[in-house]
Design a binder for this molecule. Sequence first.
Ligand code: ADP
Length: 250
Amino acid sequence: QRITLTERETEVEEVGRALNFLADTLQQQKRLRKNLTADVAHELRTPLTTIQSHIEAFQDGVWEATPDKLQVCHDQVIRLVQLISDLEKLSAAENPMIQLRQESLILNHVIHDSVNSIAAQLEKQSLSLTVHEDAEVFMTGDYERLVQVFVNLLNNAYKYTKEGRIEVWITEEPSEIKVTITDTGLGISPEELPFIYERFYRGEKSRNRKTGGAGIGLAIVKAIVEAHGGKVAVQSILGKGSDFSVYFPK
Ligand code: ADP
């Protein structure tokens, strides 16, 4: 009789702990969702305020709609369109209900497509890009979404590197596939490293740069890689450069 009672008590305690955990998780999710809405509102407000003040100045005759003033408005519209497209990609990548395509693919082709899509940008800067690959690496996954992962990582390597090299290493080990993208750019401080995958997080240095990002790129990378059962890792030295690695299970 006594033993049964103790078991009951333990069970009740366990259920209590589980309920507390659930309540904490729900609270945390609510907080996250609230933050996301606040962040989106903030990101939308900045370009819209610029456009609004320009239009008002044109209407009031304070300013003439000169090509450079119209260009400012156009840049802000492009920023908004980019932000909305990033948000759509993020929500698609984070939504577990959306099925990933399961295609048999060659990862090297994914990397080359990604490199080609940013090749024009690289030409403008004195940056070299080399892909190191020994053999074709086969895997199953969603081709388009994987291109998105590497375009985002390469774009960052390019955005945050003034000069030097970007290198991509494709390697296959017995239990996993690894792609590393290294750059000789700004690097990331140890204090900032834990936050870079959070939605809307932008590093101190990046916020002051006119790169136009909204801090969603790496959140998309993480969500897509994890949806493939993989993981992401980063090593970085401030002022020296960064190594971003993506691992996929075999
Ligand atoms: P965004 O580039 O739009 O700011 P991301 O989510 O892609 O957003 O990156 C988040 C932050 O991580 C950046 O603002 C930057 O501070 C840092 N970061 C990402 N990639 C690199 C890189 N290759 N070199 C230096 N810093 C980087």
